[in-house]
Design a protein around this ligand. Structure first.
Ligand SMILES: Cc1cc2nc3c(=O)[nH]c(=O)nc-3n(C[C@H](O)[C@H](O)[C@H](O)COP(=O)(O)O)c2cc1C
Length: 182
């Protein structure tokens, strides 16, 4: 066993120009950093310039870099936004681009949408099962109507803090426990 701090990636699930996900990711990272129980980092899919899976020969450096980044992480928090009742195509593509680097790790989900992104989050849970990612129970759900001003500026209600704390507690506990399997 190691006592080294866990590395937790906060994965921004959208790549849309003008996306809201960086605001949500930074809010979460600020809360997480105050805990001092792990190394938390924002992981932005756009940095990896992933092609659409299967449309190239797979030698783009971003594909290897994406796998290396995931391999360096012990757990994840997915920032999930609802697109047509599911996750974004960009997040699905990024999930499909790795296998072992996802396995035997824990993840939390923070979602947003008109109904808190609940439908997208449930789809992601199914994908997590296939990728052997242990998704934790507590799931902060943010409303586009009440947690964002004019659907643009993130102003989260205070009540979410309790769920975020519980979700991170579970991610840390399971990420640490799953180290023994890796
Ligand atoms: C193509 C498309 C489909 C969408 N479908 C849904 C939906 O099914 N349910 C929902 O709550 N919001 C839906 N939305 C609204 C998005 O959740 C909202 O625009 C959100 O800000 C997207 O996240 P992002 O800004 O980080 O990209 C959709 C938006 C787009 C562009």
């Amino acid at each position: 066993m190691t006592n080294e701090k866990l590395n937790i990636g906060i994965i921004l699930g959208s790549t849309r120009q003008g996306r809201l996900s960086p605001q949500v990711g930074e809010w979460l990272k600020d809360i997480a950093d105050q805990r001092e129980d792990a190394n938390y980092e924002l992981v932005d899919i756009t940095d990896y310039q992933l092609p659409f899976l299967g449309t190239t020969d797979g030698t783009e450096p971003g594909i290897a870099a994406w796998n290396e980044k995931l391999a360096s992480l012990d757990g994840f928090v997915f920032i999930v936004q609802e697109y047509n009742h599911s996750i974004s195509g960009a997040l699905k593509n990024a999930l499909d681009f790795a296998r072992e680097p996802w396995n035997n790790k824990a993840a939390g989900i923070v979602s947003y949408g008109s109904t808190g992104g609940a439908r997208a989050a449930e789809h992601l849970r199914g994908i997590c099962g296939e990728l052997q990612i242990a998704d934790v129970r507590t799931h902060p759900t943010l409303s586009l109507f009440t947690d964002f001003e004019n659907f643009a500026t993130f102003k989260p209600a205070e009540l979410h803090l309790e769920n975020v704390t519980a979700m991170l507690d579970q991610v840390i506990a399971w990420s640490g426990a799953l180290r023994t399997l890796r």
